[in-house]
Design a protein around this ligand. Structure first.
Ligand code: SF4
Length: 289
C-alpha cells in the first residue's frame, strides 16, 4: 500500500475522488503526487455521494495545490499582539533569555520543569517539555498542552496524538525516531483557552533554544495558533499552507492541528498535501530520512 493510501486509510478516507485535471495539477506541483497518481481512480464525474468530499475540498486552487518549493517567502505582516516584545538590553528578561539561549538539553529540560515565569505555572499539573529524538531532522510544533498532555507530561497524546502518530507513520517517521515534537507553550492554559501574548513571550525562548539545539531540516507547524505565533502573523492558516516559510533560517511548513483534523473531514486530504510538501523540503535539504 502506498504511503498516501496508508495516510488516507488512517484518516478514515476509503476512497478519494479527484477530477483528472486536478490530479494533473497536483502531480505537477508535488512530485510525490506523481508516484501515487496511478493509484487514484480516473474520475471525471462529480463526487459520488458515498465518496469523501475531497474533490470539493480541492476545488479552490489557492487552498489545495501546494506551491512548488520556492525560496523562502518574506514573512507575512507582523501581528503586534502576538509578537513578544524584545526585552530591554540589560533587563532581567534579557538576562533570562540569554541564559536560556546558552543552555544544553539537560539544563533546558530542568529549566522548563521548574519554570514559574508566567501564571500558567499555577494551574499546570506537569510541564510538557517535548518528546523525541534530539538528533532529529524533523520537528513538529503544536500550540500548548491540553488536558491529557498536562496529566501525562507528553505532547500530543489521546486521539489527536494517535492521529499524529499515524500521520508520522505514513511519512515513514515515528515518535522518538527522527522527529522531535514540542509545543509553543510548555504548560496548559486553563480550559484550553488561547495562550496570552505574555505567556508566549515568556515561553518562546525555550522553544527557540530547542530548535537551535535540534537544528532540524524542516519544522512542521500544527495548527493556526502555533503557526501564527512562530511566524508572527495573523494570516489565516489556509493562506499559510502551501508555502515554505522560515523560522531562524529553518524551513517551516504549516498544516492543520490533528485535533482539528479529527473534526474536519474535508481538510484531511489537505494535510497530506502539506506533509508531502514538508517531505520535499526535507529531502531537498539533503537529509537522510
Ligand atoms: S508556560 Fe512556559 S513560561 Fe509559562 S510557566 Fe510554563 S514553562 Fe514557564
Amino acid at each position: 500500500m502506498s504511503r498516501r493510501a496508508q495516510f488516507l486509510e488512517v484518516l478514515g478516507i476509503p476512497t478519494e475522488w479527484v477530477p483528472r485535471e486536478r490530479k494533473d495539477a497536483l502531480a505537477e506541483a508535488v512530485p510525490e503526487m506523481a508516484a501515487v497518481q496511478a493509484a487514484l481512480p480516473a474520475v471525471e464525474a462529480p463526487v459520488a455521494e458515498t465518496a469523501v468530499p475531497v474533490a470539493a475540498a480541492l476545488a479552490d486552487p489557492v487552498e489545495t495545490v501546494p506551491a512548488p518549493v520556492a525560496p523562502p517567502v518574506a514573512r507575512a505582516p507582523v501581528a503586534p499582539s502576538l509578537v513578544p516584545a524584545s526585552p530591554e538590553p540589560g533587563s532581567a528578561q534579557a538576562d533570562r533569555e540569554a541564559g536560556i539561549a546558552a543552555m544544553e538539553w539537560p539544563a533546558l529540560d530542568a529549566a522548563v520543569a521548574g519554570c514559574t515565569a508566567c501564571g500558567l505555572c499555577q494551574t499546570r499539573t506537569n510541564t510538557v517539555f517535548g518528546v523525541g529524538d534530539r538528533q532529529a531532522e524533523w520537528m513538529l510544533v503544536g500550540e500548548a498542552p491540553g488536558e491529557n498532555e498536562d496529566l501525562q507530561g507528553e505532547p500530543f497524546v489521546g486521539q489527536a496524538g494517535k492521529l499524529l502518530d499515524n500521520m508520522l507513520g505514513a511519512l515513514g517517521l515515528a515518535r522518538g525516531r527522527n522527529v522531535f515534537i514540542a509545543n509553543v507553550l510548555k504548560c496548559r492554559p486553563p480550559g484550553n483557552r488561547n495562550p496570552e501574548p505574555e505567556e508566549v513571550a515568556q515561553c518562546e525562548p525555550f522553544l527557540r533554544r530547542q530548535i537551535a539545539l535540534l537544528k532540524p531540516k524542516v519544522i512542521v507547524v500544527l495548527g493556526r495558533f502555533a503557526a501564527q505565533s512562530l511566524l508572527r502573523t495573523t494570516t489565516p492558516i489556509g493562506k499559510l499552507r502551501g508555502t515554505v516559510h522560515t523560522y531562524e533560517g529553518i524551513p517551516v511548513v504549516v498544516t492543520y492541528h490533528p485535533a482539528y483534523l479529527l473534526r474536519t473531514l474535508t481538510d484531511k486530504a489537505r494535510a497530506w498535501e502539506d506533509l508531502c510538501l514538508a517531505r520535499e523540503v526535507h529531502d531537498r535539504a539533503g537529509a537522510g530520512a
